[in-house]
Design a protein. Sequence first.
Lengths: 670, 136, 312
Amino acid sequence: MKAIFLKEVGENWVKALLAALVLAGVLGGMLYSGIGFPESIVSTTMMLACTLGFSAAGLGLGAMQILQDTQRGRWGFIVHRPIGRWPLFVAKVVAGLGLYLLTIAPAMAALILIARQMRIVKVPFAWEMVQPMIFAATTGVLAYAVGLMIGARRASWLGSRIFPVAVGFIAALFAGVATIHLYEAMALLLGTAALLIPAAGAYFVHNGEYEPQRLWSKPLQFLIVGAGAGCALTLSVGLVLGIIDGAMPSQPQFSYQYHVLGPDGEPVVASFTSGQHVEYFDISGRKLDVDPRRFHTLSGSGQVLHDWSGPDAPYFMRRFFHAFVVPQRYLTLLNGDRQGGNWFYVAARRRIEGIGIPGEYLGAIGPDGFAPPGATPSAFSAPLLPQQGGRRTEFMPLATTDGAYIVDFDRREIERVFTTGPDDQLISASPFVETDPAEKSGPDVETERRLVDTVLATKSRVIVIRNGGAIMETPLLHTGENWMLIVGRIAGGDFHLLYTNQQTNGQTSEAEYARLDPHGRVVSRRTLPGLAVTFPQQPEYRNLPILFVPPPVAIAAMVSRNVAGATPSRAWWLVVVAVIAATLGAILLLCRRYGFTRRHTVIWMIVAAAAGVTALWTFWVLHSRPHRVTCPGCGTLRPVDRTMCPRCGAPFAQPAAPAMEVFDSTSVSA
Amino acid sequence: MDFEPKITTGSTSPIFRQIVDQVRLAVAHGRLTEGNQLPSVRALAERLLINANTVAKAYAELNAAGVIDTQAGRGVFIAKPRQPYSAAERRRRLEPRLDALLTEALHLGFTLDQIAELLRERARRLADSNSSGKSS
Amino acid sequence: MTDAFAIQTFELTKYYASTCALEQVSMAVPQGKVTALLGRNGSGKSTLISLLLGLIEPTRGSARVLGEDSGRLSPRTRGRIGFVGEGHPLPGFMRVRDLRGFQASFQPRWDDSLFATLIEHFGLLERSKASSLSRGQKAGLAMALAMAPRPELLIMDDPALGLDPVARRTLLEAMILNTRDAGNTIFFSSHELTDVERVADQIAILDRSVLRVCCSLEMLRARVRRFEVHVALPREVDLASIPGLLQARRLPERIEITALKHPGTLNRLSTLSGGAEVEELPASLEDIAVGYLTESKNRVSLLAATAAEVTQ
């Protein structure tokens, strides 16, 4: 094993070193010169570049290591020695992982060195900032496993050789967007690699062939190759739909109605139609001629009245808020980072700490205030909420589940303005923008916006804060998954509260409007007429994907009439059932043609029933087609890889002998 | 004794036959005499670059014909000339070849005297070539 | 019982997609003998050897090598088998001494002095890189690497391919050296009939994926004869009806026939030639090999065909 290890290192270290220099040069150069705008080593650009670069290195190395030794001739030299093929493969992988580390280490070192020079990257370096690079390096390990698989699997159809990329891509994507902690991402990436490496090994020890493999590796191969087939199928169907879409003269227009607060604070109906401006109507349906920019005088968008970031929320939704909402709202990022909890937080650190003039470091913020440059501020006592954005020099609302703060960047101060208990946690906080209607004339309405207040929502109350104190408090009327709240106020007058519950196709969006005087007393309150949501009927060809999804999904979609395109007509049932039947029939036919045993056939029928056309394609990609010849016994075609004819049990005839064979009596008797 | 048969590959005569013939010829013409040692099977095989089994086979045939004598542990020696066959047997073995020769020769129009003369001349020449080969 | 054979195959068959590379080959290679595998390019020799070493999977049938199924050779058994691949594939970046260390680390019976002797014999330097060696040197290195573990069975895929006469001679010496231990078996494929004639006890002939011959060289020579008919026969005369015909070659004044020795052969020939003189001669190994491997059994010599045109 040691000899194989040394051979692998000896054969590839020069290539690894060259790759290392290229990686270090390109990535370091990017960071040093700012090409591609990587603001720091934790920027998304840098993380993406590292992930791509490391993955390319890993994939190339893995594929190369296998292909070097499976070439005709070399295979015999390597494999024919007193060592099992598994130990040989393991030694290769161990050497490969070492070489991979050798490849990426200089790049990582270069990036860290550059990041530590404050003159180049104007963010103080902290070791937590290496976390995105560790993510990228781990993705590269997965890519290495994918490379092994690509190298080891001999494919009859050339394009299918790269199918294992799909598994790697899906896992990396999930790890990148759908995990909260770095260890979760690493577990996902390494776990997938741990599936791919034995699968690649099973291919390697069987010289790239699927049929002779043991029972344990075959389902793995099916999953890996099947994922590739599924992705390829999805892309193909999408491409076909795109081509049809392009060829169609006109697409039906999508239109959607929702409630907003109008310029005078009263609710109006906005109607969005694809490709056109938004139009506004009053509640009775009369068209209004207003400048939509006037609406910005009220609090811009609605507050989500459901706590998706809390521990009660489903994992993926929580992740969604952390990945897509939280990093874009810089003030929310301070906490998790300092507690070392959320690795993705670090990715946005540049934006946390570099608020203000680009490149000017303001410091990290904790509940006790700004920390000096490079120092660690104290951590918030409770998780931060997803926040609504604001401008850099304005007072910012910053909220945790147990309280709210106002941050003054100019004076570098933080002030706690609201505290609540665990029974009534905060679920939302946003800035409140107000403009005097008298100033709203003229073309440049945008400049007149002014942030004055903070609107907070707990599980039971709505509170408006000004200058460190609550100026209005009213019970929260609606809370739940789709409920949103828009709060408006014009020139210190009444408060306008609009609760909306926006729905999807086939349902009705509800809304309730309440007008409160400046002290929070209800002036008027009414339930608005619901808005029926009906998406336009799509052309039926848009249902094409239903034929390629797994049959259980297709049937469920048909039964629930919940499909992406048009509600399928009855004829679709026929087509869907026909495609499922054809798939099963094709699998049955293939199994018989390939001479499978009954048990083997039954397993494949079940797989086909569960996975549909993807299973069919995977079957085709996995197996090499056995040649068939005419059986000397029954005259039908039989696969050449069976000793006995599956139909009549006859053996194969001896090759036609022109009666001039010479054999020793010994060899004949043997 | 550095007797070494010369072998020709690609001929119609098998290599073991070539060795047997050359040893017999050398004995017949006195180039090898009783007590002369021949190389061992392996040594001859390695010298001629041929399979040892081939040499072993040739030696086995020579042994059976009484041309050589293999003494375990000592080596291979030219045996004391002896006739393993009775006079009648010897005649019986030679006669078919004589018949073939005569048939062919008479068919080609040679007289018996001419044939006898040719045989004598041929034997002389063989002896000459062997002695010249020996001296070189 | 199986001990008598180093290699046995049972209806061994290999298809590459729809191409049959080896069809129902059942053969036995006796232990302690040198067996040469003859065949034209593409006749399945390399496929057979790859199958014997378990480098590829058979389509059907099986093979036993040193008593073990060739598809599942244990590392121990592999240690007893030496292998020289076609074209002597070696990792080009390795130096001779690296390869020695590499190979020796796996082989329990590695004989370093034998390796050193062989290396010197082939004129190789310890520090030479495998990629910088000439064909002959490469062959020597591959041979040395395969022989130094003292294999009981040495399998070589066309080791003489592309070698000059000197290198071939050296290779031959190495092969004979390997037979010093009487129990050692060699199985090799070759196109060099003179080498084969020198070292082989047994001959196997593969003709377009079918095994035609597997017997001792001696038996083959006894069975296959050459017949010369001193008459120019018209083309219409069907020579294919000659029992055991391997090849018939029509020259302007005579016909050369290579055929199995068969009681009816001479009669049939004199009948066909209208009582003309028929000579029976022993066949050289080349005659036999060409006879087996010629595709057209009844062909007019190219020389005869063109000579006829010239005279016209």
